[in-house]
Design a protein around this ligand. Structure first.
Ligand code: HEC
Length: 107
């Protein structure tokens, strides 16, 4: 018996399932937007109106960068970054913010 076609079918459906999961959960991304509006908007913009007077990158640009992933955002947001010493985020907030940033970046 040749198992190959069955294996290929399994891999194909796994690939489809994984692809479907990589889109961000819209509810989580929406929570992230609300958090970002209250915690991050002093410095960051979220797509649309860019402000050249700010050193902080727009979240849509961050999300679109090839190296930005849920993991890289989780690592980055676990340690407060330049000039934002007082923002300590809960893991659930980090998940929501990274869903929002990736969603803005079209991932
Ligand atoms: C006081 C200003 C300030 C606030 C508030 C702030 N940031 Fe930033 N952020 C910056 C600056 C400046 C940079 C660019 C320098 C750096 O990477 O540290 C940056 C960079 C980033 C990056 C880019 C990392 C990369 O890979 O280039 C991410 C993601 C980010 N911020 C997320 C957030 C989130 C989420 C919040 C809100 C919870 C937030 N920031 C709040 C100033 C701020």
């Amino acid at each position: 018996m040749n198992l190959r076609p069955a294996l290929l079918t399994t891999f194909a459906s796994l690939a489809i399932a994984t692809g479907a999961q990589s889109a961000q959960d819209p509810q989580l991304a929406q929570q992230g937007r609300l958090l970002a509006q209250s915690l991050c908007a002093d410095c960051h913009t979220f797509g649309g109106a860019r402000r050249s007077d700010r050193p902080s990158p727009d979240f849509a640009d961050v999300g679109a960068m090839a190296q930005t992933t849920a993991l890289s955002l989780r690592v980055f947001l676990r340690t407060p970054h330049a000039n934002m010493p007082d923002i300590i985020l809960e893991p659930a907030q980090i998940d929501a913010l990274s869903a929002f940033i990736l969603d803005l970046g079209g991932k």
